[in-house]
Write a new protein. Structure first.
Length: 183
């Protein structure tokens, strides 16, 4: 289904930004589990003191990342450079949707989303050129990380524990243990 950019924005605006576009079709983000939301909260708690507010802002389940074609996804969390906001025209500011690659994008597995976030969103973020992409599985206690390489492509790694330094934001360190569901 070919959808013009104006039509994409109109569709998304009608849902107050709560829906995502998958190949031009709307899909509302379902409610998330307590454990999913706890992982998001813990990431926010760790990131906020490490990111200078004059340089970065955080978005959690707010703001769309435009994927070439007819996809537009709302990540669970992403780091937004303030300079990206400064370059936006008044028209672009009407609806929060970004085409620029982000330094850090996170998706957290939840029973309500199943595998579609992995199957569709992670490759979309890679097409966008986002610099570091995390998929957290709080129930399995794993973090899968894709890091964009200098010559293109992504290096993938799996983390079960410890403190991870972000690739695109080397001043930021995340302790993985608090991200996982307690047993």
């Amino acid at each position: 289904m070919a959808v013009a950019r104006e039509s994409i924005l109109a569709l998304l605006e009608e849902t107050d930004g709560r829906s995502e576009l998958y190949d031009g079709e709307l899909r509302e983000k379902p409610p998330m589990s307590v454990d999913h939301n706890q992982s998001v909260w813990e990431l926010l708690r760790q990131l906020l003191p490490q990111l200078p507010p004059s340089i970065y802002q955080l978005r959690s389940n707010g703001g769309h990342l435009a994927v070439p074609g007819t996809n537009s996804f709302v990540p669970d969390l992403f780091v937004l450079p303030v300079e990206t906001l400064a370059r936006m025209t008044p028209e672009q500011r009407r609806f929060e949707r970004y085409a620029d690659p982000m330094p850090f994008v996170v998706e957290i597995w939840s029973p309500s989303t199943g595998s579609y976030a992995v199957d569709r969103k992670i490759p979309g973020y890679q097409v966008r050129g986002d610099l570091e992409i995390w998929r957290i599985r709080p129930f399995d206690r794993t973090v899968q990380i894709w890091r964009r390489q200098a010559k293109g492509g992504y290096a993938e790694s799996l983390h079960l524990e410890g403190i991870v330094t972000l690739h695109a934001l080397p001043q930021v360190r995340i302790d993985l243990e608090p991200l996982f569901v307690s047993e």
